[in-house]
Design a protein around this ligand. Structure first.
Ligand code: VGL
Ligand code: ZN
Length: 201
């Protein structure tokens, strides 16, 4: 039962997942800058506060790659070098309150799009991160997912969440899209809706 009548989506069983709010994605000087990413911080900070007030947990994902990975174009993938572990590009944006556990992903020869699972690009096998068990430990049944990027990590995390049995809500005002190809935003929104993700303005 929702605890806050004015915000029925917020409750102790609803976690906020803050996806990849890192320098390389959210800063115009970042190596894989997602247009508009720098505008998200105030809304995400408010969302963190609102989640906390309702007694819900806040968890974070962090793209965390080795210097060489088949995820990068230089090593057979599609992306510029980004979020290399331990470098400034991988740091969270200044001003982001990090008040909960951080799940790092993509630190093997992996894609690392979803906060729940990573695909090993060499073997084709996926393996789980610790996120699902962290949420289970906290009796979470619903997720609000915000951050970057809407057509990659937010989408993959939200679709995995539904597959694992969570209710998943993506507030579109709190994400931005890479749009590597025109139409990727709309395709991502449609894929999430089809999977059963609830999209909010
Ligand atoms: C992401 C592209 C490559 C993301 C991560 O966080 O959405 N996108 N690595
Ligand atoms: Zn990445």
């Amino acid at each position: 039962m929702p605890t806050d009548a004015s915000h029925p989506d917020y409750s102790p069983a609803t976690a906020l997942i803050v996806v990849d709010m890192q320098h390389d994605f959210a800063d115009p000087a970042g190596s894989l800058y997602v247009r508009g990413g720098e505008d998200l911080l105030p809304g995400i900070v408010a969302e963190i506060e609102r989640t906390r007030e309702a007694g819900g947990p806040v968890l974070y994902t962090q793209d965390w790659h080795p210097k060489h990975t088949p995820h990068f174009a230089a090593d057979g993938g599609i992306w510029p070098v980004h979020c290399v572990m331990g470098t400034p590009g991988a740091e969270f944006v200044p001003g982001l309150p990090v008040e909960g556990p951080v799940v790092r992903k993509g630190s093997g020869p992996e894609d690392g799009y979803s906060g729940f699972s990573v695909l090993d690009l060499r073997t084709g096998h996926t393996h789980e991160t610790e996120l699902d068990s962290m949420l289970a430990d906290r009796n979470v049944t619903a997720l609000r997912i915000v951050g970057l990027a809407g057509d990659y990590c937010v989408k993959a995390t939200a679709i995995d969440a539904v597959g694992l049995g969570y209710a998943a809500i993506v507030p579109l005002r709190l994400t931005r899209f890479v749009e590597l190809h025109p139409g990727d935003r709309d395709a991502a929104v449609e894929a999430m809706a089809e999977a059963g993700v609830e999209l909010e303005d």
